[in-house]
Design a protein. Structure first.
Lengths: 207, 105, 533, 315
């Protein structure tokens, strides 16, 4: 193939060395995260498919046992998670606007929301275990524990990411215009929310 | 789309109020879906309604919070294709299971 | 061929830095590629030796080499899962893909170099988990079908956990490659100029990205089923064992194309170089990889034609199976047409490429037998299937892989191997392979079931032939391995571009410099402009 | 040419063979075509000089369309034909004789409409359609008779079925073709296709396993026991040569001291063996899984006696 060497225009001065242009890194990271979200959807997809199958097979079982779930805690957690998505979006916005303090505040709120979600979920699980309701009880509970459990793992990962973002923000990384990590981390957090948006009605609101 | 060494990142200028609005919409829809689930009984359509509401919520989150609205076609493609595959997985698995002909004894 | 990417005074090969951490912690895609190459080759040889043991057992109808049938069952489980999950699926995609993609598109590295290193380590963790499982390995077959896999006392959990972990590595690699191809192509490297290996790697990456999570969750469910006693797949608890098969094949059918599409890419690189001809029907080959990548997501039920699925489901999936053969057929004919009016040189890698066409065609055509409903009822789970899959996986993928090893060897190491020995080992591999697996088609049609540690006497003569073949094959691979290893220690230094290839990776010194390109090249023509006036 | 095709002994076989033949002819054609060009081009266009001219050909639409369309059409034909034959496999005639098949690790049990039962040996009548209604007691198995070209997985969830009309008398192998564990390759059986007269005799015989045909009841007990050992599938789990299988070896079993799971020791005498066969889980030998099927109702007292006599000969 015919090739010529690039001129040393101003643009290519950046290509020299290791760094790609900031915009390329940004686009690449964001695009990469979207791809990853696709795999996450399919990871949960297996569970959704299992849900659809067993729900269609045993509608009564699902209706019967979902009543034992704690609807109030579920609703509360839904609001918490939606709100955290909102604060995460704001954190990204303020990072873009180079408002370090606001970014910190909203990241922190998001983290706290994640923690509240986890605590409430902990009480839900604990309560179930007290009643000797384990995943092995029946298919509905197996699905309940698997889906919410896997979701919980994602919440934890999201919280770790937020902590890392907080750290970067404190160091003033985003103020210098390199806010790619917040935006990408934000995408991940929103996915956690997205999945819950479906899990909530599927688990708590059937009947 | 090949390597370009732009240093300027395009920003989407959403403002805070539109996020607040989105949040309120999400809250309202959540309340709505809980209420309809408790109060309204339309049989097997219950789940359909709940799923429609969930999808509206999910779209709102994706479009606004996740800025999908501002993304290029490629991102859209990779956001939607997994959903299509998910649909296939669910559809064909159900189809396979429920078309199995019971063997009469 | 104007090119300004010649070595300059500051040239330092990517191999120059020595030391453990310089390798283990490198983010250089070339080093990571080499590390993958070594690891997967190790697993290939390990699984190959297992296969030789199995073949040895099958010399006679009775159980004589292994002391229990379970040992034989463990052997084919190990053989299958090592070959599939540890060698062939991550194999070409991760090893050659890593080395070649940035070089071929004119980039300095993949989009996320550190993630790339992470993928490798995740892969390694997966293999370590598997190694610990070797103490008491599973005996389920590589398909882990429930309910047997739930019932058996052998260690299914560790082996599936290993595969589960490995899945993440595949996903991350796939994601990395897609982003790389989209965002990091050199100026002028438009889609229509891309080498076909890139198109193939891209299509593979889509499959890796979107099919792997499903097997991930499936195996996770299996692990939960075994450890937490839940009942998704257990009929006694209201579960459905066939659901497992649906999930498993939703991944594992696309996975067979993860195995073979990169090999398609390799063949599309080797043939034009040694025929000195542009590839025939560039677009058809490029797009058909995508057609395969898309259609292959909805043919999975063809592995379940006799599991009790309905006629409707069977009909739809048999039809779609036929569809997936079309884009493959197109490729085969295009490669053939590329030879027309060429100037063909029989380098060892070209021999592998040509035998690929022949052997893969046989493998693919026998896939059509299996796709035809009534015929599959007879052939399912017989040695016909074993023969089919080895023809596509060895005759296809492994031939492509060996071809690539010989083709890019000078590029990787700046050394070369003994060409005559390479040709001789190719001959042994080709003959041995056919002697091993061709008789299995007949055995299969006569009804010899697969996964049989002992078998009825009437099949013995075919089995004996097959076992003899495996010895020839093993010898061929042994010689090839020794030859390739010896090459590294030889002092022969090949020219920079020994085959006069036009592809970007050959326009730089071998082995490539640490940073690939001093200046990012600007591409002005496509990769296959051989003989252009 | 036809030697690799197994004998066809059912009404469904010829159809499958015809499709196979069709696909084989096509495949051979394409293979020969491709190898021909591969070799011809390789010879004709081999590199003769380093600077040999090559043609700059990048494609040709017409020929690409041709080689897309023709295989597509052929593939559709193969699909359609395969499907038509598959439909036939799936639709048993209404008057088919029903046989219940129970698969378990690792044997086949057959139950006939008249209450007869047999293990690993199935009896059918030539020319009379049979419908098998199958289920599994444990994992998935698969019922396969190559000469009939039929195969069907046997599931623990729901019944599955399979039908055929045997067209030749004789004895054919039954294989289990879904991997089911240690005894998978030993999970073999036989279909005995009987002439109408022989079948009528078998029906009348009031033996459990239908030995009127296998010709066992008039043999000396030890020999009869030896037949039963393979016919009833004991050989899937118990060896005669001392090798440890799924179950303990029969070599030297009679009179041996066996350690049970509860720690006690028993001597394998007639009563213990009889109990082990009828109610295997009553006294479990240490070190083995509780997988042996109960043969109560399957083996008659006479047959058990014969097996015990046979065991006595296994020193
Ligand atoms: C590299 C891996 C690979 C590839 C590429 C393929 C390719 C194909 N496979 Fe294969 N397959 C496997 C790996 C692969 N397979 C494995 C591992 C198994 C067993 C899994 C297990 O159970 O353990 C399996 C099993 C398997 C089955 C299930 C069998 C059974 O268990 O009952 C089926 C059924 O339809 C099938 C079909 C096909 C088809 C139609 C193709 C097609 O893509 C082939 C297309 C190619 C051609 C058709 C040849 C070229 C075309 C021409 C020359 C044109 C002219 C052609 C015609 C007119 C027909 N395969
Ligand atoms: C990439 C995929 C791949 C590859 C390359 C192979 C390669 C081989 N396979 Fe395998 N095979 C599978 C994938 C593969 N297989 C799968 C998925 C199954 C199904 C498993 C299941 O049912 O669950 C299977 C099943 C399978 C069976 C059926 C078992 C059964 O159903 O009972 C058989 C039997 O003949 C077999 C044989 C062989 C042989 C002889 C080779 C040969 O090609 C091997 C060649 C030999 C070597 C590679 C060794 C050479 C090395 C040396 C001699 C040592 C040299 C050492 C140094 C130089 C350090 N394979
Ligand atoms: Cu029963 Cu295999
Ligand atoms: Cu397949």
């Amino acid at each position: 193939m015919s090739t010529t060497t690039a001129d040393h225009t101003e643009d290519h001065a950046h290509a020299h060395g290791h760094g790609l242009g900031e915009a390329v890194t940004h686009d690449a990271a964001k695009f990469g995260m979207w791809l990853f979200l696709g795999t996450e959807i399919l990871l949960f997809g297996g569970l959704f498919a299992a849900y659809a199958l067993f729900r269609a097979k045993y509608p009564d079982l699902f209706v019967e046992y979902h009543k034992n779930l704690d609807l109030e805690k579920g609703v509360f957690n839904t609001f918490v998670l939606l709100f955290s998505s909102f604060t995460m979006a704001l954190a990204v916005l303020f990072a873009q606007r180079k408002k370090q303090l606001y970014t910190t505040i909203f990241l922190a709120i998001t983290f706290v929301c994640g923690a509240i979600f986890a605590i409430v979920k902990y009480f839900e699980y604990a309560h179930k275990f007290e009643d000797h309701i384990y995943p092995s009880k029946n298919i509905f509970y197996a699905l309940y524990y698997m889906t919410t459990g896997l979701h919980m793992i994602h919440v934890f990962i999201g919280m770790i990411i937020i902590l890392a973002l907080l750290g970067m923000n404190m160091k003033g990384k985003f103020v210098k215009g390199r806010y790619t990590p917040v935006e990408v981390g934000g995408l991940y957090w929103h996915l956690v929310d997205l999945i819950w948006i479906y899990l909530f009605p599927l688990m708590y609101l059937i009947g | 789309m090949s390597i370009e060494n732009r240093d300027h990142i395009e920003e989407h200028h959403t403002n805070i109020w539109s996020y607040v609005f989105v949040l309120l919409a999400l809250f309202t829809l959540t309340a709505f879906t809980v209420l309809t689930a408790i109060k309204v009984d339309i049989g097997s359509l219950n789940i359909v309604l709940a799923m429609i509401i969930a999808s509206v919520k999910a779209s709102i989150v994706a479009l606004f919070f996740m800025h999908l609205k501002f993304e290029d076609k490629l991102t859209w493609l990779y956001a939607l294709y997994p959903l299509f595959l998910l649909f296939l997985l669910i559809f064909f698995t159900l189809m396979e299971t429920f078309t199995r002909v019971p063997v009469l004894k | 061929m104007a090119n300004g990417i010649a070595a300059d005074s500051t040239y330092e090969s990517y191999l120059a830095k020595k030391g453990f951490t310089a390798w283990a912690l490198t983010t250089d895609h070339k080093r990571i590629g080499i590390m993958y190459l070594i690891t997967i080759s190790f697993f290939f040889l390990l699984a190959g030796v297992t296969a030789l043991l199995m073949r040895y057992e099958l010399l006679t109808p009775e159980l004589d080499f292994f002391s229990t049938t379970t040992q034989y069952n463990v052997a084919f489980t190990l053989h299958g899962s090592l070959m599939v999950f540890f060698f062939i699926v991550p194999g070409i995609a991760a090893s050659l893909g890593n080395f070649l993609i940035p070089l071929m598109i004119g980039a300095r590295d993949v989009a996320f170099p550190r993630l790339n290193l992470l993928s490798y380590w995740v892969y390694l963790v997966g293999t370590v988990i598997l190694m610990t499982a070797l103490a008491q390995p599973a005996d389920t077959g590589w398909t882990f079908y429930t309910p047997y896999s739930v019932e058996t006392g052998t260690n299914v959990i560790l082996i599936t956990l290993g595969v589960f972990v490995l899945g993440f590595s595949s996903i991350l690699t796939g994601m990395n490659f897609i982003v790389t191809v989209h965002k990091l192509r050199a100026p002028g490297m438009t889609w229509n100029r891309l080498p076909l290996f890139i198109w193939a790697s891209y299509a593979t990456a889509i499959l890796q990205l979107l099919a792997t999570p499903v097997v991930g969750i499936t195996l996770l469910l299996l692990i939960m089923e075994k450890s937490l006693d839940i009942g998704f797949f257990d009929p006694a608890k209201g579960g459905d064992p066939i659901l497992f098969q649906n999930f498993f094949w939703f991944y594992s059918h696309p996975a067979v194309y993860i195995m073979v599409i990169p090999a398609f890419g390799i063949i599309s690189e080797i043939i034009p170089v040694f025929a000195r001809k542009p590839i025939f029907g560039y677009r058809a080959i490029a797009y058909s990889s995508f057609a395969i990548a898309i259609i292959s997501f909805f043919v999975w039920l063809h592995h379940m034609f006799v599991s009790g699925i309905s006629e409707t489901a069977a009909a739809i999936f048999s039809f779609l199976t036929m569809l997936v053969a079309i884009p493959t057929a197109i490729k085969v004919f295009n490669w053939l047409a590329t030879l027309y009016k060429g100037s063909i040189e029989f380098h060892s890698s070209m021999l592998y490429a040509l035998s690929f066409i022949f052997l893969f065609t046989i493998g693919g055509l026998t896939g059509v037998f299996l796709g035809a409903l009534a015929v599959d009822v007879h052939l399912h789970d017989t040695y016909f299937v074993v023969a089919h899959m080895h023809y596509v996986m060895i005759g296809g993928t492994v031939m492509g892989f060996f071809g690539a090893l010989h083709f890019w060897y000078p590029k990787w190491f700046g050394k070369t191997f003994n060409e005559l020995t390479a040709k001789a080992s190719w001959f042994l591999v080709f003959v041995g392979f056919n002697v091993t697996f061709f008789p299995q088609f007949f055995m299969g049609y006569q009804g010899m079931p697969r996964r049989y540690a002992t078998y009825p006497e009437q099949f013995q003569s075919a089995h004996v032939l097959s076992t003899y073949g495996s010895w020839i094959l093993g010898l061929g691979i042994f010689i090839m391995t020794v030859n390739l290893i010896a090459g590294i220690f030889s002092r022969k230094v090949p020219e920079g571009n020994p085959y006069k290839s036009l592809s970007l990776e050959w326009q730089m010194p071998s082995p490539p410099p640490h940073n690939n390109f001093e200046d990012i090249p600007i591409v002005t023509d496509w990769t296959y402009a051989y003989g252009k006036k | 040419m036809t030697s690799w095709i197994p004998e066809s002994a059912s009404n469904l076989a010829s159809n499958v063979d015809n499709i196979t033949l069709f696909v084989t002819v096509l495949s051979v054609f394409f293979c020969v075509l491709i190898s021909f060009f591969l070799i011809y081009y390789s010879i004709k266009y081999r590199r003769k000089s380093e600077n040999q001219e090559t043609a700059y050909i990048t494609g040709n639409e017409l020929i690409e369309i041709i080689w897309t369309v023709i295989p597509s059409i052929l593939l559709m034909v193969i699909f359609a034909w395969g499907y038509i034959a598959f439909r036939e496999l799936k639709h048993p005639p209404a008057d088919a004789l029903e046989i219940n098949v129970i698969a378990k690790q690792w044997l086949w049990q057959f139950e006939y409409f008249n209450g007869k039962k047999s293990i690993n040996e199935m009896y059918v009548q030539k020319g009379r359609p049979v419908r098998l209604i199958m289920r599994s007691d444990d994992v998935i198995h698969s019922f396969f008779v190559p000469q009939f070209r039929v195969k069907q997985d046997v599931l623990p969830v729901n019944y599955s079925q399979l039908w055929f009309t045997p067209t030749k008398t004789g004895t054919y192998d039954i294989y289990c073709t879904e991997y089911c564990g240690a005894g998978h390759s030993k999970m073999l059986g036989k279909v005995n296709v009987l002439s109408p007269e022989a079948y009528a005799r078998w029906e009348r015989a009031d033996e459990f396993g239908g030995d009127a045909v296998a010709g066992g009841s008039d043999l000396p007990p030890a020999e009869r026991g030896e037949n039963l050992y393979s016919q009833r599938g004991c050989n899937a789990c118990h060896s005669l040569d001392g090798a440890d299988g799924v179950g303990p070896t029969f070599k030297g079993l009679f009179g041996r001291e066996e350690k049970l799971v509860d720690g006690s020791v028993v001597i394998a005498d007639e009563n213990y063996i009889k109990e082990s066969i009828y109610v295997p889980q009553a006294k479990m030998v240490a070190g083995y899984a509780p997988v042996m099927p109960a043969f109560k109702g399957i083996l008659s007292d006479d047959e058990v006696t014969a097996i015990i006599e046979f065991l006595k000969t296994q020193k």
